[in-house]
Design a protein around this ligand. Sequence first.
Ligand SMILES: *Cc1c(COP(=O)(O)O)cnc(C)c1O
Length: 424
Amino acid sequence: MIPFESTEQFAKKMDNTDPLANYRNQFHIPIQKNGEEHIYLCGNSLGLQPKTTRSYIEQELLDWEKFGVEGHFHARTPWMPYHEFLTQAMANVVGAKPIEVVVMNTLTVNLHLMMVSFYRPTSERFKILIESDAFPSDRYAVASQISFHGYDPAEALLELKPRTGEELIRHEDIEALLEKEGSQIALVMIGGVNYYTGQLFNLKEITTLAHQQDCLVGFDLAHAAGNIELQLHDSNIDFAVWCSYKYLNSGPGSLGGCFVHERHAHDFSLHRFAGWWGHNKTTRFGMRDAFDPIPGAEGWQLSNPPILSLAAMRASLDIFNQVGMKKLNEKTKKLTGYLEFLLDEVANEKIKIITPRDKTQRGCQLSIQVKDADKSLFDCITEKGVIADWREPDVIRVAPVPLYNSFKDVWSFAKILEGVIALG
Ligand SMILES: *Cc1c(COP(=O)(O)O)cnc(C)c1O
């Protein structure tokens, strides 16, 4: 890799030689009041809209107009099996087999459905291990499942904490906790990439350790899907859930994804909440038969899915499939590495990157702690055209997304931040 330089010319040179640079043109970049493009670094919160999304959705509106209910069979992309047209592409993004993946519902709904099957507490083994700064929705979901089964979250919710004075969780501390408490833990449920610090956990190692203690393992991949080059099948986790409106660019509130490892695909003894879309496709409309689940992740579906959202997701997944996670990951190493380099150059006694420095322990997001800052600093950079994310008390989260962010974006952000910090 060529050494980074802090000049604007260098950023432009990087863009000129970036093999993925043209993908930016496939996205709508939000425009500022002054007519210039925003420096959009918030793809970890809501991914940008592919220019093709509109036509994918319009196709479904047209087919509905033209066919009414017959669109289920006669639409250009028939609605009956529509979700199946996304499965291979989704499986490629997360490194899974098609039987292990389904696009359905939304993240928190899927997390509950997975816990119905994979959190089966007993009086000896009833605890769930999560990160201490887990995303609030995950914590509510996990705590409510614990209560639902008649246990007390105060006792059953085990938290993985960073050491005092540290922000990141050390692998050896996960190891020690599993060693100590493993026999009481029913489920390990961690964010694959922590939403706050951007720390990426080693899915495979954690799963191996947890399985040695007979715990089941699920990951919330909201900040990992479309960001990290995942190998879910090989990681051997039991289940995973994610959303598609962050790195997967499927639009606000769009559908979630769900992974169930192949070894559970034919285990019909697993408890589950059922609905007709999870039932055997050949007898689904008989409406009389006892529930006969489809093998694999599809068997957890409940309802017939929202086609307009699936269409938006298909538009996005088609792009992911063209480029592939491998190339995106290569660009992330450079683009986020460049941001790290620039931040280290500017006022580095004032800012601290809390995200791991090790590229194998992060995706594209960097979380930047600004000493003595309050939200007015963030408001200043927003004023100057940056769209990023502020977390109280003093952290700015930025995610240069390899599909549509440029080296110039990263350079401009670093300059703006430097200027605002210098003003004090
Ligand atoms: C974004 C996010 C969610 C959001 O859940 P929804 O059900 O899609 O609203 C949940 N958990 C994590 C870790 C997230 O990052």
